[in-house]
Design a protein around this ligand. Structure first.
Ligand SMILES: [Zn+2]
Length: 622
């Protein structure tokens, strides 16, 4: 029993064209008579055996033998119950369903509807505020970014006034319940427990699902108040960040074979306005597996553009490693990955405003295969102050090559590395195999500054099992609120943590956090065989997690993260200082002495800075 009248179900099915519904998930590559073929979304395959019949309005896979009608398809792919699938389809074709008598699903579905309705009303509130006198500064910003009135409307841009609870009061007037208000991701609680607007003084970007419904918001501050530049809504019942691509609802409509993937909303919007419409954004993370799978339904080639600064490169490399592993393990992913590079280290946004769409298309056409990009990263990272360090280059390039599972590609790029090092291809390949067998479970490639690298030369005498309470707390909190990792203005690094087990845990956690894939269970898995301070690491973390109550990622919580990070850094740099001081009283060449003294001054300054930032008192709950 669905609780939905039979004639309504018939109408929903009749109005839902299976080809266009399935087309949201499967890219059809072949037509045979009345049938469309594409790669099956339910099993791994290299040649398309999944077919949809236009005339019969059913689907069937000749590989895994799954088949059914449009409702079965939605149930299977969205993991929904029968009535939920009907509701989703009904919404799509705008058939209204009379109230069912009972059923638990109704409550869930209604709540999701109510959340979406509240988000839509919030978007209206933001839009109206932008058009009012309050929105003057946001309008100035829009003007400065040269966005047209029609672009503002297409993307539904708005302004969240710098008011404590303006949106809250607006939604209350519209009779939304506090339950819905608490779950739509737009509010936090003040210290006194009142609901306050999460987004204040920000230019607002609605985030849409593939069907064009608003499911979340991003906001860019336009005040000069030292707040994080961008913040996004937290995950909710209708929004999962790692499986959402911003503007995919627009990009899929142009049906191009390539999809350009950038990092920010503004990049997408500028490019769209300039006429490059096959573009989406990852909402601040490196591309996740889920996003890649989603994108691959709409395009044959994905061209990634990353920030060209050091942090951007680092995130790119971590992300690419996971994507390469995913592609190697799943042959249904028939998508080509390339990495584009905007000249002079500019943002795509900036570039397209200066040079126009045609110039950008040429840049996109020049995108390099992933491995070529990685080898380029090894080159940049191993050249410091114009000095090329072949040892670092070799280490990085061989690690990157070990991720390449295609033997032909591997040999091709090994040739380039061999040439750069002036050695034989055979010796590079041999080294790659050695790296591969060594690095099964070890830490990913580390990026190190010159100073950092010097430090690593001298072993720091610390207990490899040592971990401070702050370190444990920080890692536990990141696992509960992984979105904090990318929102922190000052990105935590594994090197900030104590050597040994703690640093290994931090390395793994940050790698997964960059992908939005860390959670409490993963953390316990990572640390399951490790010891900290003589006790099982997972006991420490379990306790910490049990004791914490996880709330939303508010500015206050971000502050707690930053404070913890600064305290952790303070301890680590104190250790480094100690080692340096000791080295200065030993036997050093003049050159080393000068260098260590300079390093010591740098570290002392940083310690002084940290001491000024750190708050001693730390509230115990999040
Ligand atoms: Zn199949």
């Amino acid at each position: 029993m669905t609780g939905i009248p039979e004639n309504i179900i018939e109408e929903v099915v009749a109005r839902s064209d299976i080809v266009s519904v399935v087309g949201e998930y499967v890219r059809f590559t072949k037509t045979s008579g009345q049938n469309q073929f594409g790669l099956c979304p339910f099993h791994s395959e290299d040649t398309p055996s999944f077919s949809v019949s236009i005339t019969k309005q059913i689907y069937y896979c000749f590989g895994c033998h799954k088949g059914g009608n449009v409702i079965n398809f939605i149930m299977e792919i969205e993991k929904l119950t029968y009535p939920e699938a009907i509701r989703l389809l009904a919404e799509r074709v705008q058939v209204s369903i009379p109230e069912p008598q009972d059923d638990g699903y109704r409550i869930v579905a209604e709540k999701r509807d109510a959340i979406r309705a509240a988000l839509l009303d919030a978007a209206r509130y933001f839009y109206k505020s932008l058009q009012s006198s309050q929105g003057a500064r946001a309008k100035d910003y829009i003007k400065k970014r040269e966005l047209s009135e029609s672009t503002v409307r297409t993307f539904g841009l708005g302004y969240a006034p710098d008011s404590r609870d303006g949106l809250y009061r607006y939604l209350k007037e519209k009779n939304y319940s506090d339950e819905v208000i608490d779950e739509c991701g737009l509010f936090t609680r003040s210290k006194r427990g009142d609901r306050v607007d999460l987004f204040r003084g920000r230019l607002m970007f609605p985030i849409f699902d593939t069907m064009g419904k608003i499911i979340a918001f991003g906001g860019r501050t336009i005040l000069t108040d030292g707040m994080p530049k961008y913040i996004n809504s937290p995950e909710t019942a209708v929004y999962s960040k790692k499986s959402t691509l911003y503007a995919l609802n627009f990009a899929k409509a142009v049906r191009e074979k390539t999809l350009i993937i950038v990092e920010g909303y503004m990049d997408v919007i500028s490019m769209y306005q300039a006429g490059v419409k096959n573009v989406v954004a990852t909402l601040g993370t490196a591309l996740t597996e889920k996003q890649m799978t989603l994108a691959s339904r709409y395009a044959e080639e994905l061209i990634l553009f990353y920030d060209s600064d050091r942090a951007g490169q680092e995130a790119a490399v971590r992300g690419l490693r996971l994507l390469m592993a995913k592609m190697a393990s799943q042959s249904t992913l028939q998508v080509r990955l390339s990495v584009g590079r905007v000249p002079d280290g500019k943002d795509p946004d900036q570039f397209i405003r200066e040079h126009g769409a045609e110039a950008f298309r040429r840049v996109a056409a020049d995108a390099a295969p992933v491995m070529a990009y990685l080898i380029g990263v090894a080159e940049t990272q191993s050249t410091i102050d114009g000095r090329f360090d072949p040892r670092v280059y070799q280490e990085m390039a061989c690690t990157f090559l070990s991720w390449e599972t295609n033997a032909i590609n591997r040999e091709r790029f090994a040739g380039k590395v061999a040439e750069r090092l002036g050695v034989s291809v055979a010796s590079v390949l041999q080294e790659v195999v050695r790296t591969e067998s060594q690095s099964k479970n070890s830490e990913p490639v580390r990026f190190r500054s010159g100073a950092e690298r010097e430090q690593d030369m001298a072993p720091i005498p610390t207990d490899t099992m040592y971990a401070s309470a702050d370190e444990i707390r920080f890692i536990g909190m990141i696992s509960m609120l992984p979105e904090a990792y990318i929102k922190l203005p000052d990105r935590p690094l594994p090197q900030d943590f104590s050597q040994g087990n703690m640093r290994e845990i931090a390395t793994n956690v940050f790698m997964l956090a960059a992908q939005g894939q860390i959670d409490v269970n993963k953390l316990l898995e990572i640390s399951s065989d490790m010891t900290l301070n003589g006790k099982p690491a997972k006991d420490y973390f379990s306790r910490m997690i049990m004791k914490s109550s996880v709330g939303a990622l508010t500015d206050e919580v971000i502050d707690i993260f930053i404070n913890l990070l600064y305290r952790i850094r303070f301890e680590t740099y104190k250790q480094r200082k100690k080692t340096l001081v000791e080295s200065l009283s030993g036997n050093l060449s003049d050159q080393e002495r000068v260098r260590n003294q300079a390093l010591l001054r740098e570290i002392e300054q940083y310690l002084k800075y940290l001491r000024q930032q750190i708050r001693p008192d730390e509230p115990d709950t999040m």
